[in-house]
Design a protein around this ligand. Structure first.
Ligand code: KG4
Ligand code: ZN
Length: 340
């Protein structure tokens, strides 16, 4: 059995996990820094890095104690090496390197986005190749995943990520930070037909995304109403969430068309990243995928956000292919999946 220790610290979650190659998460801790950043209305990189430093050491000791494992029982250390907020990435990488060096274990520099991409292979049975819609904090992309480390980007956002719409609109509406979850909750009580927001690019071919026009349109609407009632807020949330889901759906259908020529054997679409936790979007895309003859798969909600189990799992996938890294690898703030 292969056991890998995973470490994640690229944004505002500090997380450690031990995962086995038979798909068992034997230990997992996630510490969310949301409360630390909330007063600032967003993640403050320097504060995030310090907080990772404060927590990581104890969290690693705790899961080792919990599982009664020693580093002799661990086959490799996997750590997010980017992309992300560089201070936090450096903190995780330094811990991982120290453990790897002291215990003579191989280290695996995991691309955080590959962690999101491969999570469904930990929690479900998903074979390569598959289509991937990655909707995370900083990314909104459609890709073909041919194999571990082999990605082709079909389209990306030309401006903001979808998350930006959730987070910035939540701020505009006084709903605090982060926006996704609270908008989903408020949307349940709202009427998604009340406001007709634009769906940027959705009548065009291709898989690129654009969200800045949508964000601006919501801002205009909010300014126009001025004194928002609770009902207005619920309706704006519902209309925004609905519009985002329609944009994602239109891009996904275009990806089906592109793939038909390229990889007709692909019959699975995977949704991953923080926004995959949104049940409304999951339901809408599931239906639409089914209509086009595709299976829709998303990780369980608790593994959609940032976590170390996905990093440990990506580490296992790489380790099994002999893809370990030299300990001198450099942490990276930017790192596209097609550069792997
Ligand atoms: O992938 P992720 O955990 O972080 C990065 O890799 O950057 O994504 C975090 C984002 C948050 O900004 C949050 O607003 C969004 O995912 N999110 C959601 C939901 N839960 C989290 N967005 C929409 N609906 C949700 N239920
Ligand atoms: Zn992420």
């Amino acid at each position: 059995m292969i056991r890998v220790l995973g470490i994640e610290s690229s944004c505002d979650e500090t997380s450690v996990a031990i995962v086995t190659d038979n798909k068992n998460i034997i230990a997992h801790e996630i510490y969310s820094q949301i409360e630390v950043h909330r007063p600032f209305g967003g993640v403050v990189p320097e504060v995030a890095a310090r907080s990772h430093m404060d927590y990581l050491d104890n969290m690693i000791s705790r899961i080792m104690a919990q599982t009664k494992l020693t580093y002799n029982d661990i086959d490799a250390i996997a750590v997010t090496a980017g992309p992300g907020l560089i201070g936090g990435v450096i903190v995780g990488v330094m811990y991982a390197k120290a453990i790897a060096a002291a215990s003579y274990k191989p280290i695996i520099a995991v691309n955080h986005l590959e962690g999101h991409a491969l999570t469904v292979r930990l929690t479900n049975e998903v074979d390569f190749p598959f289509l991937l819609m990655l909707v995370s904090g900083g990314h909104c992309q459609l890709l073909i995943v041919y194999n571990v480390g082999k990605y082709k980007i079909l389209g990306s956002t030309m401006d903001d990520a979808a998350v930006e719409c959730f987070d910035k609109v939540a701020k505009m509406l006084g709903l605090g930070y982060p926006g996704g979850q609270v908008i989903e909750q408020r949307a349940k009580k709202g009427n998604h037909n009340r406001f007709k927001f634009p769906k940027p690019l959705s009548d065009r071919p291709g898989c690129d995304f654009s969200f800045s026009g949508l964000k601006a349109a919501v801002k205009r609407q909010v300014d126009e109403i001025r004194e928002l009632t609770e009902e207005d807020i619920n309706d704006i949330c519902a209309s925004l969430q609905h519009t985002i889901s329609e944009v994602l759906q239109s891009r996904m259908i275009n990806a089906f068309k592109i793939h038909a020529g390229e990889t007709p054997e692909v019959k699975t679409i995977v949704l991953a990243g923080g926004v995959a936790a949104n049940q409304y979007i999951r339901d809408k895309l599931t239906l639409s995928a089914k209509e086009h003859g595709f299976d829709f798969v998303a990780p369980p909600i608790n593994l959609c956000g940032d976590n170390a189990a996905m990093i440990a799992w990506a580490g296992i996938e790489r380790y099994k292919l002999g893809l370990t890294d030299n300990i001198n690898f450099v942490p990276r703030s930017r790192w596209s999946l097609d550069q792997l």
